[in-house]
Design a protein around this ligand. Structure first.
Ligand SMILES: Nc1nc2c(ncn2[C@@H]2O[C@H](COP(=O)(O)OP(=O)(O)OP(=O)(O)O)[C@@H](O)[C@H]2O)c(=O)[nH]1
Ligand SMILES: [Mg+2]
Length: 488
């Protein structure tokens, strides 16, 4: 069985060549090849055209802002968004998302503007991609496709590369299959093709199986890498762990560099950071505070990426404190907060102590009251500019204070048959030391004040609780309403 698929394909330069001179099959192969080049390339420099659909129920401003963000995504790939269009419709066209007339207009614009590929802000099904490519005669990507390409470009460590590769194969699998089907259908239509069609299906099955096998082996590889990493992480359990989280481009890495005197890459690009980095917070302190920088979030993050980055994101769930960094100069910063909070919940970090850092206040001119408004709306918030050394000093102080105020060390004697308490210790505290005697286990643990109150306070004597400023609910009932603030 010989399929000369790629060797037969004509190499097309979309900026100069006239696609109308090609046969249907040649066109389909040229598109397939262009798509592969687009996905495999190491460099930017391409021209992209951005498209969005605005339905009656959509907020026009949100559609515009999402398109601006799509433009930043394209620029982060090193490409240039040279044109943009929004189609308003009452409902989508299932086969092509936008109307076919509009898609035909796009073909003309693509020729005139020398477009290399077209990006849709909405998610496209594999068959919509195929139909649109046939009409527009350019490779078509959706938002998820662009995000995946940025991730591929920016992944540096073995772990990140493996995670991205899994997500990419999962994204690609249905699309590869569909172009095969299209190709075989065209060939079959040409010269009495039942045999060829059958052969194509076999090839399709083969491709699908290869991709599945590759995904399975990559997952195993990822597990191995992550097991190694979790052993390293155990060594650090003595320290306080601060994890920086937030929307992409919020300034996490800039803050990380300033707080820890590091030189990690921070720039005006989306998803600049994919690999978590851990550094020690500057300033004398015992125990040490470690700061972790993480991958940013974005709206409509491809599902495969959240899934394969799940274990990296779960670092957030193990943090003693999440510092949620927000670019408050961005008009949609509230959406960014919500989207970040949603992902955090999804990875099991919804209940971790949190501090909000409203960053980039230097770019906010003419809103002097915002700081006060935010401080009122968000408990535990700091407004700052990551570029101001004085602000960084204040944040560092706030972090130390948070830990001295909110973390407690407890000594607990636990009977061996008290499975509930044992489980609570393992799930909700950091174990500093364990001693096993004949009668019971003696744990020294570090917990947040909230967890101590919920899970462990009833084990302490009333005096111990009072000295730690912990109370049980029924005790609190007898106290005056203001005692919370009077405790040391
Ligand atoms: N004006 C201003 N710009 C800032 C501030 N903090 C960060 N930036 C800029 O914002 C851009 C993004 O900063 P990063 O630190 O890379 O952002 P990030 O959150 O790590 O982004 P990703 O890793 O892509 O998710 C860079 O160009 C920074 O120079 C600030 O306080 N003020
Ligand atoms: Mg970063």
């Amino acid at each position: 069985m010989s399929h000369k698929l790629v060797p037969d394909a004509k190499s097309i330069n979309f900026r100069t060549d006239d696609m109308s001179q090609l046969s249907e099959v040649e066109r389909s192969l040229a598109l397939e090849q262009a798509r592969l080049q687009l996905e495999q390339r190491a460099q930017g420099g391409m021209n992209a055209y951005l498209v969005s659909l605005e339905l009656v129920e959509d907020d026009p401003q949100e559609v515009q802002e999402s398109l601006v963000e799509l433009g930043s995504l394209v620029r982060s790939l090193g490409d240039e968004p040279v044109g943009v269009t929004v189609q308003k419709r009452s409902r989508i066209v299932p086969a092509t998302l936008i109307g076919t007339g509009k898609a035909e207009e796009l073909r003309t614009s693509a020729q005139e503007l020398k477009i290399d590929y077209v990006v849709f802000d909405q998610e496209l099904s594999p068959s919509q991609v195929r139909n649109l490519e046939t009409i527009i005669e350019r490779p078509v990507l959706d938002r998820a496709g662009v995000i995946l390409q940025i991730f591929r470009k920016n992944a540096k460590t073995r772990e990140a590369k493996t995670q991205v590769e899994i997500a990419h194969l999962e994204y690609l699998a249905p699309r590869i299959s569909n172009s095969w089907i299209a190709f075989e259908r065209q060939r079959g239509g040409g010269s009495g093709g039942t045999r060829l069609k059958g052969a194509g299906e076999t090839q399709l099955e083969l491709d699908k199986r290869r991709i599945r096998e590759k995904i399975i082996s990559l997952r195993k590889e990822l597990e191995r890498i992550q097991t190694e990493r979790s052993t390293q992480r155990k060594l650090r359990s003595e320290e306080f762990n601060v994890v920086l989280v937030g929307y992409t481009n919020a300034g996490k890495t800039t803050l990380m560099n300033a707080l820890t005197d590091s030189q990690l890459s921070a720039k005006d690009a989306l998803f600049e950071t994919l690999d978590s980095a851990v550094r020690t917070l500057k300033g004398a302190h015992n125990p040490k505070v470690l700061v972790t920088d993480t991958v940013g979030f974005i709206r409509s993050i491809p599902h495969g990426l959240v899934a394969s980055f799940r274990s990296t994101l779960q670092e957030a769930a193990r943090a003693d404190l999440l510092v949620h960094v927000v670019d408050v100069s961005h008009p949609r910063y509230k959406d960014h907060i919500r989207i970040t909070d949603d992902v955090l919940k999804e990875v099991g970090a919804g209940d971790v102590d949190r501090m909000y850092v409203f960053n980039k206040i230097d770019s906010l001119k003419g809103e002097p009251r915002l700081g006060k408004i935010l401080a009122r709306a968000y408990k535990n918030a700091v407004c700052l500019s990551a570029q101001q050394p004085d602000d960084i000093r204040k944040l560092r102080e706030a972090l130390f204070q948070h830990f001295s105020k909110n973390m407690l060390e407890l000594s607990l004697q636990v009977a061996y048959d008290n499975a509930v308490l044992m489980a609570a210790i393992y799930a909700h505290s950091r174990i500093l030391s364990t001693e096993w005697t004949d009668e019971n286990a003696h744990f020294k643990i570090r917990v947040s004040r909230a967890a101590a109150r919920r899970y462990f306070a009833q084990l302490l004597s009333q005096e111990e609780r009072a000295s730690l400023g912990l109370t049980l609910d029924e005790e609190e009932e007898h106290l005056t309403p203001n005692t919370e603030n009077q405790r040391p």
